[in-house]
Write a protein that binds this ligand. Structure first.
Ligand code: GDP
Ligand code: MG
Length: 423
């Protein structure tokens, strides 16, 4: 059984929270793309955890966690993240964490490049998380990246890195007038952190194929939403990798296997971190109210998230891109304060309304078309059954389901593991 947990919107839909909940039925959880630009917040009986690189299954002792070849790994960050969890009593050993030998290492000069480029762009910046993700994926496709498996032979690695550092310094010194890095410095860095990670590095594709053959249940955890996918998202305000579910088998190292189920995680309203068009954006007091109610501040960066009402047009597109079979609707409890609830059901341009998500560069021209639903104005955070929900809340869910043409199977009404309803 191969299941993908993916984001329908702009990210931060509560994927980590749903992986933590649904992984109780799974043997393996795999991250297949992205790096430490992710921030998944999980709250369960063991405490509150923010995961950037580690799969969210790490919080369940019996689950094996895999970091796939599609990921970019900041090894210093990973060592620190593992340390943080271990001090909180979470067990991490080569038995429950496996890192792909083909995963690429995010280097300190990639982080530097990310910061230098955002500074150069000034008010035209992309809204990068400045964790070096764009530059390292660029290096990967230029074939100038170091992979985890290379840490096993430092002599050979030094030979290859010599050329890479020489090449990278051309950009750092001549394009940005910044201080070049040294080969010795980079080798020291790789040796120090690499040493701690080597026991975890293996051929994870082989491991996953074996696990699948033995009938183990495998869950793929996406890092960002559909609208941040490099091909299908709001390019260039996307991430630098494929976030969509169909990439999961590739980024995990099992391109020979097919997904059985894609579960789309969708927020009951809209949020977006970073730059780029965001058609349903609220401003001023209306925005502040929703942001406060939802605690919408980035888990990785602390940045206030941009907020707005639910967007049917963008979400329908996200569902298509994810091939989502069913939906988990999260943070419905956040909307309990609303007297009336706006839902965007179309985009308007020059008097024409479309329900198909437009090409990025046209997006800014569109205005949202709203319908208004009645709010429930009651605390729903204790609801655990469909029958517990106020009529207006159920109406809202059914309205979204009808608009999207996809079954909403789970509704989350709180950040805690047990705060959810199965419909
Ligand atoms: P991810 O990146 O998709 O994993 O999502 P984040 O963890 O970045 O953001 C989701 C935030 O909402 C986290 O702080 C969660 O603890 C919280 N959260 C998740 N589900 C719910 C919910 O149903 N209700 C409330 N109030 N908070 C939730
Ligand atoms: Mg997040």
């Amino acid at each position: 059984m191969l299941t993908a947990i993916c984001g329908i919107n702009w990210g931060d839909e509560g994927k980590g929270r749903m992986v933590d909940l649904l992984s109780s039925d799974y043997d393996v959880v795999v991250r297949y793309q992205g790096g430490n630009n992710a921030g998944h917040t999980v709250i369960n009986e063991r405490g509150k955890f923010v995961l950037n690189l580690l799969p969210s299954g790490i919080l369940r002792e019996e689950v094996v966690n895999v970091m796939g070849n599609g990921m970019v790994v900041d090894i210093k960050h990973l060592v620190e993240e593992m340390g943080r969890l271990q001090s909180a009593g979470i067990k991490i050993t080569p038995a429950n964490l496996k890192i792909s030998d083909r995963a690429v290492i995010t280097m300190p000069y990639n982080v530097m490049q990310d910061c230098l480029e955002e500074a150069r762009l000034a008010d035209k910046k992309y809204g990068s998380t400045k964790r070096g993700i764009g530059p390292i994926y660029g290096d990967k496709y230029m074939k100038k990246a170091v992979r985890m498996g290379e840490l096993f032979d430092l002599e050979m690695l030094r030979e290859r890195l010599k050329d890479i550092v020489e090449w990278k310094n051309l950009t750092i010194s001549n394009v940005y007038n910044a201080e070049p890095v040294t080969l010795d410095g980079m080798m020291e860095y790789l040796t120090e952190y690499g040493k701690k990670l080597l026991p975890f590095v293996c051929d994870t594709g082989l491991y996953l194929n074996e696990a699948n053959k033995q009938g183990k249940k495998i869950m793929f955890e996406a890092q960002l939403g559909a609208l941040r996918d490099i091909d299908f998202g709001i390019y260039p305000y996307t991430s630098s990798s494929n976030t969509i579910a169909s990439y999961a088998p590739i980024g995990a190292g099992v391109p020979n296997l097919k997904l059985d189920l894609s579960i789309g995680i969708m927020k009951a309203y809209s949020t977006c971190v970073g730059e780029g068009p965001f058609t349903v954006e609220y401003f001023g007091e209306k925005a502040e109210e929703l942001r406060k109610a939802g605690g919408e501040y980035g888990a990785a960066t602390g940045r206030p998230r941009r907020v707005g009402p639910f967007d049917v047009v963008a979400s329908k597109y996200g569902i298509r891109m994810q091939g989502a079979d069913e939906i988990a609707l999260t943070k419905l409890d956040v909307m309990s304060y609303m007297k009336e609830i706006e839902v965007c059901v179309g985009y308007e341009l020059d008097g024409n309304v479309t329900t198909e998500f437009p090409f990025t560069q046209k997006l800014d021209k569109y205005k949202p078309v709203y319908v208004t639903k009645k709010g429930w104005q009651a605390d729903i955070s204790k609801c655990r059954k469909k029958e517990d929900l106020p009529k207006e809340a159920l109406d809202y869910i059914l309205f979204l389901e009808e608009q999207l043409g996809t079954k909403i199977k789970y509704v989350s009404v709180g950040a805690e593991r047990e705060a959810y309803i199965v419909l």
